[in-house]
Design a protein around this ligand. Structure first.
Ligand code: SAH
Length: 409
């Protein structure tokens, strides 16, 4: 566990802007019968107007979160499979990694969902993945993987063995790495002079806009904006050359960076920065308003569920997501309000949700064992889930969402 009251980038004091209470690990699904000794920490968020970096105050040690039983497998979503295929094609089309001579490195490649497209084309590549179970899946898919945490010393090792990288990729990974200075230094070292870093992460602007506080959990030590990304990488000689908004994970941003002066800067960068200034992402009071909306959202979700249960409705949830761990534990939602959670990840089925201990059941049984109301915990996969489960709504089932406010779909 590490805790700080100072910004991990600039060392400036952090203001506590949101307190989500005692929380277990977001992906800490438990086998029934092993409930003693469950790990909890205080989920509080800090912000510094100096660095513009929204971050957790306390974070469990990375080894507690990323290991041989890591429960998040990227390829369980068909939508994400398509997204990452398009991501790979887009960077290849932009010429960021010449297929014959280029070298691509991906941080947190998970099961190989993105880097697999480089492997398929015979492009020299390397995935860095500390969670052994998903690293093994990537290897089976034909992706070269090193089972380590990325940082400056690993960057030195990679350069020694493979030379500099033309492209460093990362999706939903950079925001997981607490030692941001070491991470940025490692990337800057690893990149060839004309190399680029392309990464995407859940976007702070979307979280504020949608009150999607469930993006905040142990693994997400940071929620980035273009403002903060610019500051982080300026310290190691990289500049932001493009920003592209993504719809994935309920609103993400893809950032492209290169060594200063090596690339043309897209006009999208200024546009994004101007929008962020308008949204108030540089000011403390924006986060205080956000905290008030979060409180109201948690209260009203619990009240709605209690009302349904009191009326005799069978209420379940769809998607045993890490993000919903935050919601259930913050709002105090247990098996008395949500009887079971449907999910298709083998590592989660048969287990209990972290902290509140709601049973996870196979989503194949959703139709035979349908509830009256399904809480859409995986709200960011709304279209995929509703499309696959049309029968549920047709036979009178109702979907409940809490983003941006509590409502039936
Ligand atoms: N890129 C995938 C996986 C995201 S989950 C996707 O977008 O679906 C985050 C991944 O980052 C996990 O697989 C985790 O093991 C990995 N990770 C965590 N810390 C890391 C580090 N320091 N270096 C590289 N990968 C890391």
């Amino acid at each position: 566990m590490s805790a700080t009251d100072r910004c991990r980038l600039t060392d400036s004091p952090l203001e506590v802007v949101l307190d989500l209470g005692r929380q277990p690990l977001g992906n800490g699904f438990l086998p029934p019968g092993s409930l003693t000794g469950e790990y909890f920490y205080d989920l509080r968020c800090g912000y510094s107007e100096d660095s513009k970096l929204f971050q957790l105050i306390e974070q469990p040690a990375p080894e507690l979160m990323f290991h041989e039983d890591y429960a998040f497998v990227s390829g369980t979503s068909q939508h994400m499979k398509r997204h990452f295929e398009k991501f790979a094609l887009s960077v290849l089309e932009k010429g960021f990694c010449p297929p014959d001579t280029g070298f691509a490195v991906e941080l947190g490649c998970n099961d190989g969902i993105l880097l697999g497209h480089f492997a398929d084309r015979g492009i020299h590549h390397l995935g860095v993945e500390p969670s052994a179970d998903v690293a093994e899946m990537a290897t089976r898919r034909g992706v070269s993987v090193i089972n380590e945490f990325f940082g400056l010393s690993l960057a030195e090792q990679i350069i020694g063995e493979h030379g500099p990288a033309d492209i460093v990729l990362a999706a939903n990974v950079m925001c997981h790495i607490p030692n941001i200075k070491d991470l940025a230094a490692g990337i800057a070292l690893l990149l060839a002079p004309s190399g680029v870093l392309v990464f995407e992460d859940p976007y702070l602007g979307s979280v504020i806009e949608l009150t999607s506080y469930d993006q905040i959990y142990d693994e997400h030590v940071f929620l980035f904006s273009a403002m903060s990304v610019q500051r982080i990488f300026a310290t190691v000689g990289l500049e932001l050359i493009d920003t592209e908004a993504q719809t994935t994970h309920g609103g993400s941003m893809r950032y492209t960076l290169g060594k200063v002066g090596q690339h043309q800067v897209s006009e999208r960068v200024e546009q994004t920065l101007a929008r962020e200034a308008d949204q108030g992402l540089g000011h403390l009071e924006t986060f205080r308003g956000f905290a008030a909306r979060v409180e109201e959202n948690g209260r009203s979700l619990k009240a709605q569920l209690a009302k349904l249960v009191a009326a005799g409705k069978d209420v379940a949830a769809f998607g045993a997501t890490s993000k919903s761990t935050t919601v259930y534990n913050y709002a105090g939602i247990g098996p008395d309000l949500i009887s079971r959670i449907f999910d298709n990840t083998p590592l989660k089925v048969g287990k209990l949700s972290p902290g509140m201990h709601i049973p996870i059941v196979e989503s194949e049984t959703f139709h035979t064992n349908a509830p009256d109301v399904a809480f859409l915990a995986a709200w960011n996969h709304e279209s995929e889930i509703l499309e696959r489960n049309k029968v549920f709504s047709r036979s009178g089932g109702r979907w409940l969402s809490h983003v941006p406010t509590v409502h039936f779909l």
